[in-house]
Write a protein that binds this ligand. Structure first.
Ligand code: SF4
Length: 102
């Protein structure tokens, strides 16, 4: 007497072979989003321009991560939030409103 389904059986090996490419696609999408400027905030673009915002500070000691207006984002270490720009900025960034912590 035979029990169970007569249809195709999916083994753990099949699952791994099917899931691995999907995992690679997910990682690629996340990296592409980060590379595309996840620290960007289109609504603050004009303010960024007027304050001469740069993604990478000429002097690392004067970058956003060392600014009093910057709050680090533990979920996205490359980004943080700026009180002046009202949104995300690059930790490596800089603008004319840079202010060292008190
Ligand atoms: S004020 Fe300028 S330097 Fe300071 S965190 Fe904001 S964008 Fe960066």
């Amino acid at each position: 007497m035979k029990t169970g389904s007569q249809g195709p059986r999916l083994t753990r090996r099949h699952f791994v072979l099917l899931a691995a490419p999907l995992g690679l696609v997910g990682v690629s999408i996340a990296r592409a989003a980060a590379a595309a400027g996840s620290c960007a905030a289109p609504e603050s673009e004009s303010l960024r321009e007027s304050l001469n915002y740069a993604v990478v500070a000429a002097d690392a000691a004067s970058s956003c991560r060392h600014c009093a207006f910057f709050t680090a984002d533990s979920a996205a270490p490359a980004c943080g939030s700026c009180t002046i720009l009202g949104g995300p900025v690059d930790a490596t960034g800089y603008c004319d409103s840079f202010s060292p912590p008190a």
